[in-house]
Design a protein around this ligand. Structure first.
Ligand SMILES: Cc1cc2nc3c(=O)[nH]c(=O)nc-3n(C[C@H](O)[C@H](O)[C@H](O)COP(=O)(O)OP(=O)(O)OC[C@H]3O[C@@H](n4cnc5c(N)ncnc54)[C@H](O)[C@@H]3O)c2cc1C
Length: 350
């Protein structure tokens, strides 16, 4: 395991932003992970776990500690359970399951990052969430100083959250994720765009669904070029794809707030979905557009994607501070207009 010093982090993130890590190493096994943690302990360094860097806003100052890049690979099949190393690229894994005729994650095709990153925010799209198929998350518990197997309930999954990004943030380092998939399962057509697309083909294959999802995502700039073996992204990417995906979560508000928002927006209907317990989920993109922002709106080198209102992008040479300024501006105008607070989805580092 090589320990490198003073390494710029921007190439490791889909936003292409981030100052240097004081130290960076890649871990390819559980033993190397333990070794890296021992080095951090010995040198009194804070640690940060880097997956595919697709959900990060790393500061311009970088990270004054040890960044551990997750590179544990391997996919083992046991019946319909797949045990997958946390460093496996997510989209390639999805494709393998589709090719094997296993249903359950086909709608999550095209999402960048690693398998180990998916339980952290309970990745979801097009009517599916990883929490529906994850059975075990094997992780290093930095409190108990040992590897543990957490079952689905222990992971505390909910909309874009789990214990890994809430109550136990920073405690567990995911080494492997087990998924229980369904052989010959029916493809998921819950999402309206997909249902429409397959209106005259009522029984699309899993491959049809995964391909359609990737195509729809591409039209929105919501896919990105894959990183190389060292985890670095190519420099010559389409700027609309230099993002961290959706920059804001869809806000969950008391159901009673919808009428006020409709009045403020001057519309009869506000798109929304029930979120349980008298709460309602609103589309953040709709609020941003209704607050007056258009696709492509820019502040310095940071811009709202020209293809998706929810993605904040690096037009080229943007600093983290510029993305943060754009984020704060958008959130302020939405708050002033609709009294709704938008929350950032990507993780800020530090
Ligand atoms: C173009 C684009 C589209 C996207 N679309 C979606 C989408 O549709 N739905 C969705 O939910 N997300 C989406 N995302 C966000 C992102 O891809 C996912 O959240 C992804 O799972 C992040 O994984 P990662 O490996 O890149 O994690 P990173 O970005 O490297 O890390 C994110 C967080 O997870 C932690 N982490 C990562 N790996 C581990 C590990 N092994 N153990 C412990 N902690 C870890 C990090 O410390 C950090 O706190 C999109 C992003 C982009 C750029």
């Amino acid at each position: 395991m090589e320990l490198r010093e003073n390494i710029p982090l921007a190439p490791y993130t889909t936003l292409g932003i981030g100052g240097p890590a004081r130290y960076l190493c890649a871990v390819a096994s559980e033993a190397e992970l333990t070794e890296a943690l021992a080095i951090a302990n010995e040198k009194h360094l804070d640690t940060f776990i880097l997956g595919g860097g697709s959900n990060l806003l790393i500061s311009d100052a970088g990270f004054d500690g040890l960044v551990i890049r997750m590179a544990i690979h391997g996919i083992a099949r046991d019946g319909n359970t797949l045990r997958v190393g946390a460093g496996e690229p997510w989209d390639a894994f999805v494709q393998q399951t589709v090719d094997a005729g296993l249903a359950g994650i086909e709608c999550l095709a095209g999402i960048p990052g690693t398998v180990g990153g998916t339980p952290v925010q309970n990745v979801g799209a097009y009517g599916e969430e990883v929490s529906s198929t994850i059975t075990i998350v094997r992780a290093f518990d930095t409190h108990a100083n040992q590897f543990v197997d957490l079952d689905n309930v222990q992971c505390g999954f909910a909309y874009r959250t789990s214990i890994f990004n809430t109550v136990a943030k920073g405690r567990y380092i995911v080494a492997r994720v087990d998924f229980q998939l369904t052989p010959n399962g029916t493809p998921n057509l819950k999402y309206v765009d997909l249902a429409k697309r397959f209106a005259d083909k009522p029984q699309p294959s899993l491959a049809d669904i995964a391909t359609a999802v990737r195509e729809i995502r591409a039209t929105k700039g919501m896919v990105t070029a894959a990183p190389n073996q060292n985890g670095e992204y190519p420099l010559d990417r389409d700027p609309d794809t230099c993002s961290a995906g959706s920059f804001f979560r869809n806000p969950i508000v008391p159901a009673g707030a919808v009428a006020h928002i409709a009045q403020e927006a001057g519309v009869a209907e506000v798109p929304h979905w029930p979120a349980g317990d008298g709460m309602t989920k609103l589309p953040a993109a709709w609020l941003i557009e209704r607050a007056g922002f258009s696709k492509g709106f820019a502040m310095g080198h940071a811009a709202i994607s020209s293809r998706h209102t929810l993605a904040l992008t690096n037009k080229g040479g943007a600093k983290a501070a510029e993305i943060a300024a754009l984020r704060d501006h958008v959130a302020k105008i939405v708050r002033e207009r609709f009294h709704v607070q938008l929350e950032q989805e990507p993780v800020s580092v530090p």
